[in-house]
Design a protein around this ligand. Structure first.
Ligand SMILES: [Zn+2]
Length: 206
């Protein structure tokens, strides 16, 4: 390191590749880029956009099976995000799926509809155990469910019931079967499980 001076190291001449490095493409100056942009402006067209008022080429899926078929088609398109035709196809497929109803996209709600049951249910949400008094609520994807009755879709009810069940389970493990910390053993009721808990919560038992 004897040859290192206190001053700044000598600047490498621009455009000259280092001996130990692979040749680098010449860097473009700001002026070059401006010229390039000006030249491209008239030749490059924006990718075709599917207008919203354009009638959709792909029919809106009406059932979970049809939604699954479209998802399969998206998967089969692979990961080529450069090809404009593939990108257009992908966009149209996503658009068709987005246009479908929640019931067509949600197997649980679909099943309920087929069985002639209401899609929405009223669920009695308890105060989360072990939570403070302030701002305590169950939460799904940023949606808050404080203690009280909530009219929700079946799939949301199922998620809430699961969350409530988990909250109770954790609390029972924490506090023991008598809720006073004694024993601290809780056997999860596999017979009842999540479905049973869900039914209990929806019925408002306990
Ligand atoms: Zn649903």
């Amino acid at each position: 390191m004897d040859d290192v001076t206190p001053e700044a190291p000598p600047k490498r001449k621009p455009g000259r590749p280092r001996k130990d490095a692979a040749p680098q493409p010449a860097a473009l100056t700001v002026d070059d880029l401006a010229k390039l942009a000006a030249a491209l402006k008239d030749t490059v067209q924006a990718p075709p956009v599917v207008a919203d008022d354009e009638p959709p080429r792909i029919p809106t899926p009406k059932t979970p099976e049809e939604v699954a078929m479209l998802n399969d088609q998206i998967r089969d398109l692979g990961t080529d995000f450069e090809d404009p035709d593939i990108s257009k196809e992908r966009r149209e497929l996503y658009k068709a799926i987005r246009a479908s109803s929640h019931v067509a996209r949600c197997p649980r709600c679909w099943e309920a509809k087929q069985a002639g049951k209401p899609i929405t249910v009223t669920i009695d949400v308890p105060h989360p155990k072990g939570a403070g008094r302030q701002n305590a609520s169950f939460r799904i994807n940023g949606q808050f469910y404080p203690k009280g009755q909530h009219v929700v879709k079946r799939c949301e009810a199922a998620t809430l019931a699961w969350l409530i069940d988990q909250n109770y389970r954790v609390d029972r493990e924490r506090m023991g079967p008598n809720g006073d910390g004694e024993g601290k053993v809780y056997r999860f009721d596999l017979e009842r499980g999540i479905v049973g808990e869900m039914a209990r919560v929806i019925r408002g038992d306990d």
